[in-house]
Design a protein around this ligand. Structure first.
Ligand SMILES: [Mn+2]
Length: 300
């Protein structure tokens, strides 16, 4: 039996340094993301898009811009994911800035304490309001999920740091780097991944999770790619994965029944060059769901 896909767009941009990511879900829908699922005969339920709004009189948290409002909006994401995603469903999310993970992964981790995380990102997102140089919350989500900083008034599932791998990382802030080194989070740079074989690494990650009876959440920040292929993002970093490499990763992740969710974040249509980034995302989704539609529940 094939898994049903639950689709959710999250128009969030309060965690980013500039606006724009809030328009990505609508742009991706226009580009035919839903048609990809239809094309491959995949059973899906579309929850539509939810929008992160600034709360009037938001609680001020020092050096964490709009975190008060983000907490309120994250609660909505926790609720909708909790009530709409059943055991055996696959969750597909379009952001939004990366702070949405606190709601998506925060809920998945509540239900599944052993969830593994493949975090594809040029950055670590392991800052906290204490150490962040920018105060932008999209750079803090993973640290909060890993339990490095407690948000009062928000109950999210905690992810065990030793079950997190950040793949493609190449731009860390000094104190963030120290915090990551002291944690059990695994860091694999683009160079290291290429040296040991990128596909080999992804296969290894999946098989380790599978052996440990763990499911995997894939959190894909488009800035993991080289800006040549995905220029439409606010924090581009040179030296990322090529489109060919990313398509290879997506195929492997799509065909494995260990992978239970995929979120794609940090696409900023305002910064895109003639739709390049939106088309790249559409290609990634296409390869992922082609492989998904061919999934056999007994592979790997
Ligand atoms: Mn990033």
């Amino acid at each position: 039996m094939k898994n049903r896909v639950v689709v959710l767009g999250i128009a969030a941009e309060l965690g980013a340094k500039m606006s724009g990511t809030g328009d990505a879900p609508a742009k991706l829908r226009q580009a035919g993301i839903i048609e990809v699922l239809k094309k491959y005969g995949i059973d899906f339920k579309d929850l539509g898009d939810i929008k992160f709004k600034i709360r009037k009189n938001e609680r001020i948290i020092k050096n964490a811009k709009h975190l008060g409002s983000i907490i309120t909006n994250t609660k909505k994401v926790l609720k909708i994911v909790g009530s709409s995603v059943n055991e055996g469903d696959f969750l597909l999310v379009f952001g939004g800035d990366h702070s949405i993970s606190m709601g998506t992964l925060g809920q998945l981790a509540k239900a599944n304490k052993k969830i593994g995380v493949l975090y594809l990102d040029a950055h670590g997102d392991f800052n906290t309001p204490v150490i962040s140089p920018s105060g932008n919350v999209h750079g803090m989500g993973l640290a909060i999920l890993a339990g490095e900083y407690h948000l009062h008034g928000l109950t999210i599932g905690r992810v065990n740091p030793h079950l997190i791998s950040i793949l493609g990382v190449r731009d860390l802030d000094p104190e963030e780097k120290i915090l990551l080194k002291d944690s059990e989070v695994k860091l694999i740079s683009v160079k290291q991944a290429r040296k040991s074989g990128l596909e080999r690494y992804v296969k290894h990650f999946i098989s380790v999770c599978k052996k440990g009876d763990r499911k995997v959440h894939v959190s894909l920040d488009i800035d993991v790619m080289d800006p040549k292929f995905a220029p439409g993002t606010a924090t581009p970093v040179a030296g990322g994965f090529t489109k060919t490499e990313m398509l290879g990763i997506m195929k492997l992740l799509g065909e494995s029944d260990t992978v239970v969710s995929l979120e794609i974040v940090e696409v900023n249509p305002h910064l895109d060059h003639e739709g390049t980034t939106i088309r790249t995302v559409e290609e990634l989704v296409n390869v992922f769901f082609y492989a998904f539609s061919e999934r056999k529940n007994d592979i790997r």
